[in-house]
Structure formats: structure tokens, C-alpha cells
Design a protein. Structure first.
Length: 94
């Protein structure tokens, strides 16, 4: 199950990275909400995650918005892991 969730999240980012970047830049949207859902985040945690991603946009997505879904996945998951509330609220199991 855990491996399946990780795989689903990686595939989701690979197919939707540009939309996720746009959602984060806008402060929300269906793609980043869907990723939050896949991560098990509550609504409150989802909003906190979006704020954390906006504040770390370049770190997560790169200087030139490179298409690097693996990097984006690792950085997003690291942001969740590094924040105690997100780690608990998003039920991170990776």
C-alpha cells in the first residue's frame, strides 16, 4: 500500500507538474489540492502545505521551472516531513 501511494504521487506529479506549479503560484487550485488529498492532508494542512510551497517555490521547482518531477516530489515530501504539523496532519508514511 505504501509503495502504491508513493507511486501514485510520483505519477501525479510527472503528469501534472506544470499545473501544480501554477496552482502553487496562485495560492491554490485543483491539482495541488489533489496532491494534498493523495498525501492524506486535512483541509487545514493542505492550506499550510500550499503556503509552505509558495514560500519555497524556487527550492521545490527550480530556478527556471525545470521539468523535474522527481525533484519536485522529493522537495514537497521533504517540506511535509520537516514540518511537525504537516507530518502529522498529512499522515506522511514515506
Amino acid at each position: 500500500m505504501l509503495g502504491e501511494t508513493v507511486h501514485q504521487k510520483k505519477l501525479f506529479i510527472a503528469f501534472n507538474l506544470d499545473h501544480i506549479q501554477t496552482d502553487v503560484a496562485r495560492g491554490g487550485g485543483e491539482y495541488i489540492s489533489a496532491y494534498s488529498y493523495l498525501s492524506g492532508c486535512s483541509e487545514t494542512a493542505s492550506q499550510k502545505l500550499i503556503k509552505a510551497l509558495r514560500g519555497n517555490f524556487t527550492q521545490v521547482f527550480g530556478e527556471q521551472l525545470e521539468y523535474d518531477p522527481e525533484r519536485a516530489y522529493r522537495q514537497i515530501e521533504q517540506l511535509i516531513f520537516d514540518d511537525h504539523e504537516l507530518r502529522i496532519d498529512c499522515k506522511l508514511r514515506t
